[in-house]
Design a binder for this molecule. Structure first.
Ligand SMILES: Cc1cc2nc3c(=O)[nH]c(=O)nc-3n(C[C@H](O)[C@H](O)[C@H](O)COP(=O)(O)OP(=O)(O)OC[C@H]3O[C@@H](n4cnc5c(N)ncnc54)[C@H](O)[C@@H]3O)c2cc1C
Length: 425
């Protein structure tokens, strides 16, 4: 079993990064080479800016290359609850920004000629309890009236056409959602950015940030210093560099995945005949999809813990048990990949983007960000060009999380709380 992400293991490794010292003056320095930073770099370069991207490790080495491979539309949260909280007009606008985000991914793939197995397979949200089905139906009814008339419910009786498992009590379909190969997408974005003149420095952690006279900034790395007129922080759950403002607002939480050996087509046709992105309604969520080479990818929260080799193996065993509860016929199937990654959770599980202290930022996608991070990269290029109104998250304040100064001492408590919620509701 490999402890590397399936996506990075089965995609070409980006190798056109800049060699030599980090130096000079640029229009924009982008910090972080995940989807946010790569997409922003492309959009900024298209606008004519000179761009340098500084990545602490390798491009796509964090969440962007380690995720579940789902590019879903809609909220991760219950739509009815979001409409109650924000009002239906705002909820609809935010919901549809995820539609636009999936469209943006598709457009970039087409414009930049990226071959990454993008298919609009649709998402199947699975009710783990009878009451969850009723809750989904309440949201779907509201969505059908406004934000997303293409959604529909699938009753427990009808579910056999979608899923070869009797574990669930029906579900809901989001037709606009897509699946894609995340490693190939990372590679394609980085290659496109380079082609457009972006200098990508890997293994170049930004360890110092200084405001100079006027509006310029100085960014220090172990390989040298660069000056930039503007800076975009696209740093996800970063534990590196002078980013304590963001560390007080983002909780890094582990999420874990396993991938089976390739499976016979007739078996996959029984388990997931329409090849949807499937995810259930639990806080300790399980989600699964079929990979382009016919393996089952199965992911989930598993535990509220950090990712790391030992933690990933422990979580992988929990995931394998969950997978067998959903698909008992996979008992003797080999697990070929097991890995984890850190999710950038905000307190309300919604992204944050804007400008703070002269620095632009976009992050906090809370595990639902393959589409939104790519979209926000493009949006932030506009925001940095003065088009602030295009930012869907511009009106959201972002207070620090009380008691959170970096170390996540409270994660086990949060985990216990959600476990109890899953038992009770
Ligand atoms: C296990 C897992 C499963 C997921 N599954 C899904 C899914 O199926 N669908 C979905 O929509 N979303 C999913 N997500 C979320 C999604 O992957 C992310 O929202 C998205 O990739 C975020 O992209 P990003 O560019 O903002 O951050 P990242 O990809 O985390 O990139 C940030 C980069 O910044 C770099 N960096 C940090 N600090 C510095 C510094 N000081 N100097 C230089 N570089 C720095 C890091 O090295 C990193 O490469 C998942 C996330 C995880 C972890």
């Amino acid at each position: 079993m490999k402890l590397t992400p399936y996506w990075l293991d089965t995609a070409p490794r980006f190798s056109d990064g800049a060699k030599g010292p980090v130096e000079g003056e640029v229009g924009v320095a982008v910090v972080g080479g995940g989807f946010t930073g790569l997409s922003a770099s492309i959009a900024l370069a298209k606008k004519g800016a000179s761009v340098m991207l500084l990545e602490a490790g390798m491009v796509g080495g964090c969440a962007s290359g380690r995720n579940g491979g789902m590019c879903n539309n809609g909220f991760a949260q219950d739509y009815f609850g979001m409409a109650n909280r924000f009002g239906e007009t705002v909820a609809k606008r935010l919901y549809q920004s995820f539609d636009t985000a999936v469209d943006t991914v598709e457009t970039i793939i087409r414009e930049e000629g990226i071959d990454c197995d993008f298919h609009r397979v649709g998402k199947l949200k699975l009710a783990a309890k009878p009451a969850h089905y009723d809750k989904l139906a309440r949201s779907q009814e509201m969505l059908a009236r406004g934000a997303d008339p293409e959604t529909y419910m699938v009753s427990r009786q009808e579910l056999a056409s979608e899923l070869g498992s009797d574990r669930y009590f029906g579900g809901m379909i989001f037709k606009k959602s897509a699946a894609m190969h995340m490693g190939k997408f990372v590679h394609g974005l980085a290659t496109a950015a380079t082609r457009r003149g972006v200098k990508i420095h890997e293994s170049a952690p930004v360890t110092g940030l200084k405001r100079l006279n006027g509006h310029a900034h100085e960014l220090s790395t172990p390989q040298g210093v660069v000056r930039a007129r503007q800076v975009l922080l696209a740093t996800g759950t970063s534990a590196v560099g002078p980013l304590s403002y963001y560390r007080r607002r983002i909780v890094p939480v582990g999420a874990f995945l396993i991938v089976t050996e390739p499976l016979p087509i007739d078996l996959l046709d029984r388990l997931l005949p329409r090849r949807r992105n499937a995810a259930d309604t639990m806080n300790f969520v399980s989600y699964f999809r079929v990979t382009p080479d016919n393996r089952l990818l199965f992911g989930g929260r598993a535990r509220f813990a950090k990712s790391g080799a030992r933690s990933d193996i422990k979580s992988g065993k929990i995931l394998q048990r969950s997978m067998l509860q959903v698909f008992p016929s996979l008992t003797n199937v080999r697990i070929d990949y097991c890995w984890g990654g850190m999710v950038d959770m905000t307190a309300d599980r919604l992204p944050r983007a804007g400008e703070h202290d002269g620095l632009f930022y976009s992050m906090g996608y809370s595990g639902h960000g393959t589409q939104m991070s790519t979209y926000m990269g493009k949006v932030m290029a506009e925001v940095m060009d003065g088009n602030i109104s295009l930012n869907p998250w511009k009106d959201f304040d972002w207070p620090a999380i009380p008691g959170h100064f970096g170390p996540t001492w409270f994660l086990p408590l949060v985990g216990a709380y959600y476990k109890l919620q899953d038992m009770l509701h």
